[in-house]
Design a protein around this ligand. Structure first.
Ligand SMILES: [Zn+2]
Ligand SMILES: [Zn+2]
Length: 175
């Protein structure tokens, strides 16, 4: 769904959309979409610079993999969103009174408007944790034998500190 500035100049636009898995490129964010992402919201022009404000609610289920043990981790993409897109050609202004939503995120758009799918993608990105982990105390994978240390334990001994130190020393001296 394309949100066109020309339409917004006339009236607010109600947003009702459902994005089936695959319609929004989330792969490069490192997650897979498991259910349609449902969007309900409003797009309107806002402030003296005619920013496009898009706000509402979206919900969907994603899946990522734990950065330590590689197990699948469900991620809920659900909640209220409120994003602001400024025309790319707008001059930066010192007076930001036009922005009434103190915590709104500001993006930029070029041309005739924005794609709702890009808005959804940006919000999903904002919600994603920097590091996806299955649980805070995930023990990860044993670097030596590869077992998942949350489920099994192994007898592998980590390399001794002074062995690694010796390796570092020889690297530094170019041996
Ligand atoms: Zn894990
Ligand atoms: Zn091991």
């Amino acid at each position: 769904m394309f949100i066109s500035v020309t339409d917004l100049e006339l009236r607010k636009v109600q947003l009702v959309a459902s994005f089936a898995p695959g319609l929004i490129d989330l792969e490069e964010l490192g997650v897979a979409q498991k259910t349609p992402i449902e969007v309900r919201g409003v797009a309107e022009l806002s402030g003296p610079l005619l920013d496009i404000r898009v706000h509402g609610h979206l919900s969907g289920s994603l899946e990522g993999s734990c950065g330590r043990c590689l197990e699948t981790v469900p991620i809920a993409a659900e909640g209220e969103f409120d994003l602001l897109y400024r025309p790319a050609e707008a001059e930066p202004v010192a007076d930001e009174k036009g922005i009434t939503q103190a915590d709104a995120e500001i993006g930029y758009y070029d041309g005739a408007g924005i794609e709702l799918s890009d808005v959804v993608r940006e919000q999903v990105l904002l919600w994603l944790p920097t590091h996806i982990v299955c649980r805070e105390d995930c023990k990860g994978i044993c670097p030596m034998c590869g077992i998942n240390r949350n489920r099994e334990s192994c007898g592998c001994q980590p390399p001794k500190f002074d062995e690694r130190w010796a390796a570092l020393k020889s690297l530094q001296s170019g041996e």
